[in-house]
Design a protein around this ligand. Structure first.
Ligand SMILES: [Zn+2]
Length: 295
């Protein structure tokens, strides 16, 4: 039961890390970074062309198969790039210009599309207030003093933290000895460090596709909910025509008694947003007017 050294990521992650590093050290990205984009801002979306990923290891494939984990490694490398340039901005990778084979129609979304990274032409029909959520919670062991953090999931209760891993390892090591101690205190005296918890702003948008608008599918029950993060929060309003590059997710908070069809359980976790549609002509202005959306 020996724990792997937590500072030593698995070999696959190291390969991904190296690929991202090569990308940021290549032109034109190195040159972009040298212009210090987003300086003075709290968070900055750094755009990367999907096609450019092709030249760096298996980044395209890995983003397709394991989007969130691959992106997280990339964001770590970006942070390092900003830190090297002595910038305090928190950069986030925004992959844009997805290929045509990733374009998807909003009204075709189903449960089976879960976790796919796709591009959607979308019209914003309503926006929620800005909401803060607990993204990372921080803990400290009252026995040994070690600190650690836990990544929380959106719209889920806080993960239950039951014990201190460091103290547990000490106990396990002792138990494997020839003469283990006869008594071990349970390693469960841990506290939440409120000051070190990390909150993030999000916003929900309701969207429909241009195709849905054309065919009169504007009923509120037909709309798909989209969650936007960081620099996109508060940026969009009703009637905006966008290309959303997003991961398909399933709503964990749905009240099962009220499900009318499977689409209501699906929502989109936005990764990046481009202005304008990618696969439809822009909609006539009159169709975007207030009257086409009933609240
Ligand atoms: Zn401990």
């Amino acid at each position: 039961m020996k724990r792997k050294n937590p500072t030593e990521p698995p070999a696959k992650d190291q390969k991904t890390l190296a690929s991202w590093r090569l990308l940021f050290e290549s032109e034109p990205y190195k040159q972009d970074l040298d212009t210090r984009p987003g300086e003075g801002e709290y968070v900055f979306g750094f755009e990367i062309e999907w096609d450019d990923l092709e030249d760096f290891g298996d980044l395209q494939l890995e983003l397709s198969e394991n989007f969130e984990a691959t992106l997280e490694i990339g964001n770590q490398v970006m942070k390092e790039q900003y830190a090297n340039r002595k910038m305090s901005t928190r950069p986030v990778i925004r992959v844009i210009n997805l290929p045509n084979n990733r374009s998807y129609e909003v009204s075709d979304l189903r449960m089976r599309d879960r976790s796919r990274f796709l591009a959607f032409d979308a019209i914003v029909t309503s926006t929620s207030p800005v909401i803060g959520w607990l993204k990372t919670s921080a803990y400290q062991c009252n026995d040994c003093g070690s600190k650690w953090s836990v990544n929380e999931r959106l719209a889920r209760p806080r993960e239950k933290v039951k014990y201190c891993r460091t103290c547990l390892d000490v106990i396990l090591e002792d138990m494997s000895k020839k003469k283990p101690k006869t008594y071990h205190k349970d390693p469960d005296d841990v506290s939440l460090l409120v000051e070190d918890c990390y909150y993030e702003d999000i916003q929900y948008l309701d969207i429909i596709s241009p195709l849905m608008l054309e065919s009169g599918m504007t009923d509120p029950s037909e709309r798909i909910q989209v969650v936007v993060f960081d620099e996109y929060v508060g940026q969009f309003s009703k009637g905006d025509c966008l290309t959303l590059n997003a991961v398909v997710a399933v709503d964990p908070l749905i009240n099962r008694d009220f499900i009318r069809d499977t689409r209501r359980m699906v929502f989109l976790k936005t990764h990046s947003i481009e202005e304008g549609f990618s696969n439809h002509e822009e909609i006539e202005h009159e169709l975007q007017s207030e009257s086409s959306f009933s609240e």
